[in-house]
Design a protein. Structure first.
Lengths: 583, 86
């Protein structure tokens, strides 16, 4: 494994996972996590302890009221309802009564009284024969933490800051995320979390850099005077000299003026210099990504991964729950295509209620449509939820893991059958929809003509296509050198795929990571791809880059690359071409 | 007075409906208890209502005792039968 390196002329103090790109410099703003319960505090007097408890309840209640107000304004009344229930819970006699009783008759400090009463109530919820109540036990734990923190106002996490800086936290909870003073925060560093954590999502929405997975971040960073982060490469620098500070300040300004110049591309068509147009769409995992896609001026959604709806819960989401989730996204882009991928799970991503026997090779096993076709109630519920949500006629259903045209044909028939069944419902609008397949298994490339009979588009899942073509596990760090698109064999395969799809009359897109990569864009243009779907914040940079390309120049690069012998040469050709664009 | 009622809304006595019921019950002076699955609890408490874990079609009893028992029983049974749409 190679040592991660930085493109900046300084040595980073830490390297971790960059989850939102950009450069920021500033002082650390430490968000302390609620501390351990102070159980050794001595009991003062009944009135004193009682009033400490009452004031803690008031503090938490007012925080929750603030949350309700914000949620009502920014999200919706249904989401606010859960906080309204929280507000009732902390003021509920079933909790207050016993807590006050322990304080008054048992001379117990509120810290311990709260602990004891909550513990009992949490146990009741956890023992219940209801997944819903088990999940609510987590809410109680969160409420208890808030109450405990409110007993010590002096150490409560401070969510307002006097000066601008970089937030350093263990992790951000949803309530903290909502209450944070966003105007001060120029970057985020967290100890826990990943791509889909709240901190990552909020950072991408705010357009500020973020790095997660920095072990001991609070302890190591809190005493530093100034730091700089690069959210693209995941590096953190300690700023000790004026030289370093000037360098990063300049880079931050460049970065910001770059994002300002990108704003000019909002509302513009995605076309090459010679007016060849390509649709640039967003890859999303849920509604908050969809909002950033809209914000980034994406031309529809090219990949909505539905897995998140199914993960982290004990039962599958119901028809109406799914319908609501799909509607929200379809309605955000009423005039543009929204491609929803059917459930793409396998033995490597265990979901409690999805039973896939232990397999030697989950990536070659029962996954995605192979699983769904064995669990028709689950599959048809998802399909029907999508169709019911399709009130604008902008739905495209995409099938993952298709290895042969025959599978797509069977599922197409199933989808049409669901559509016919739904027609019996008076509320079903029966709007048109499209069906397409992901190309991620090489065999499908040779059956595109047959695929055309039952689908209207294909979208290349480049991550899995590379993995299955090279027989390389992309998560295996030992094999990183083999997992690369800069290979003539792979690029010739992409070229063959593109020309066969176009010959067959299929609409042709990419929704894997390679679709959002700058250096490869000329190749996709030359090969004839008409849709590229990517992380929403890549859309505007791609639109700008596209405007500098001409189809002729792109075809030239493609010819050179396809004739090239080795990886180094391919990279060199692409690099040279790019440098030519910048000068 | 005792009322025999049935949960009609699909989600059962979740946080939101439990909150609505507890809030309404607390508006009355009468002592209002809920009995289900062998347990008797205060119907004015969201925690108590939730912890019963009542699901759709499950039956429960409201035991109402006090000066405004008549209007409480009317209001609360309407609320339950209208699926907690206040």
């Amino acid at each position: 494994m190679s040592i991660p390196s930085s493109q900046h002329p300084f040595t980073p103090k830490w390297m971790a996972t960059g989850v939102s790109k950009g450069i920021a410099i500033g002082m650390p703003l430490v968000l302390h996590s609620p501390r351990e319960i102070e159980s050794r505090r001595s009991f003062q007097s009944v009135p004193a302890e009682r009033s400490r408890f009452e004031s803690a309840v008031r503090i938490v209640a007012s925080d929750i009221e603030h949350l309700i107000e914000k949620t009502l304004k920014e999200v919706g009344s249904e989401e606010a309802a859960i906080f309204e229930a929280h507000l009732m819970m902390i003021q509920d006699e079933e909790l207050r009564g016993p807590i006050l009783n322990l304080i008054e008759s048992g001379s117990m400090i509120p810290e311990l009284a709260i602990r004891e009463v909550f513990e009992i109530q949490i146990a009741v919820f956890e023992a219940a024969d209801s997944d819903y109540l088990k999940e609510r036990a987590l809410d109680l734990k969160d409420l208890e933490r808030q109450l405990q923190a409110a007993l010590h106002p002096e150490t409560r996490p401070n969510l307002r800051f006097e000066r601008d800086g970089i937030l350093v936290a263990e992790d951000l909870t949803p309530s903290q995320t909502l209450l944070l003073d966003r105007s001060r925060i120029k970057g985020i560093i967290t100890e826990k979390g990943g791509e889909t954590s709240h901190s990552a999502i909020i950072a991408r929405t705010l357009g500020i850099p973020a790095i997660t997975g920095v072990a001991d971040a609070i302890a190591s960073l809190k005493n530093l005077k100034m730091l700089a982060i690069d959210g693209k490469e995941g590096s953190i620098f300690e700023i000790e000299s004026n030289h370093e500070r000037d360098y990063f300040s300049t880079r931050m300004q460049e970065d910001q003026s770059d994002s300002k110049s990108l704003e000019a591309y909002k509302g513009k068509p995605s076309v090459t210099h010679d007016q060849h147009s390509i649709r640039l769409m967003g890859n999303i995992g849920g509604i908050s990504d969809a909002r950033s896609a809209l914000e980034s001026d994406a031309e529809g959604i090219g990949l909505f991964r539905t897995e998140f709806l199914f993960m982290g819960r004990k039962t599958a989401p119901s028809l109406s729950e799914q319908q609501k989730a799909y509607s929200e996204i379809l309605n955000l882009f009423p005039d543009q295509e929204v491609v929803i991928r059917t459930l793409d799970i396998g033995g490597d991503k265990p979901i409690e209620y999805i039973r896939i026997a232990k397999e030697e090779n989950p990536f070659l096993g029962v996954r995605a449509i192979r699983y769904c076709m064995k669990d028709l109630p689950l599959f048809t519920t998802q399909i029907k939820a999508m169709l019911l949500a399709n009130s604008n006629g902008n739905l495209s259903i995409m099938l993952p893991m298709v290895s042969r045209a025959h599978e797509a044909r069977e599922i197409r028939a199933l989808i049409d059958q669901c559509h016919e069944e739904l027609r019996k419902l008076p509320e079903y609008r029966a709007m048109p929809y499209k069906v397409g397949a992901m190309v991620e298994i090489p065999s499908l490339i040779f059956e595109l003509k047959e695929l055309k009979d039952c689908t209207s588009f294909v979208s290349v899942g480049t991550n899995d296509l590379m993995q299955y073509s090279f027989a390389v596990d992309r998560m295996n760090p030992e094999l990183r050198g083999l997992y690369t698109p800069y290979n003539a064999g792979f690029l010739r395969m992409m070229n063959l795929l593109a020309s066969s799809a176009l010959d067959a009359g299929l609409s042709l897109g990419i929704c894997g990571e390679l679709g959002g990569q700058d250096d490869l864009l000329p190749l996709w243009v030359a090969m004839g791809f008409d849709k590229l779907s990517m992380t929403p914040n890549e859309v505007l940079p791609k639109r700008r880059l596209l405007s500098k390309l001409t189809t002729r120049a792109c075809q030239g690069v493609l010819r050179e690359v396809l004739a090239a012998g080795d990886e180094r040469q391919i990279r060199l050709i692409l690099d040279t071409f790019h440098r030519g664009l910048e000068s | 007075m005792e009322l025999l009622l049935k949960i009609k809304n699909a989600e059962g006595l979740h946080a939101r409906p439990a909150g609505i019921l507890a809030k309404k019950a607390a508006e009355f002076q009468s002592n209002i208890q809920i009995s289900a699955g062998g347990q008797i609890k205060s119907a004015k408490s969201i925690m108590a209502l939730m912890s019963l874990g009542l699901k759709k079609d499950q039956e429960f009893k409201l035991i109402i005792d006090g000066p405004d028992a008549d209007s409480a029983s009317r209001t609360l049974s309407d609320l339950v039968n209208n699926e907690f749409k206040a």
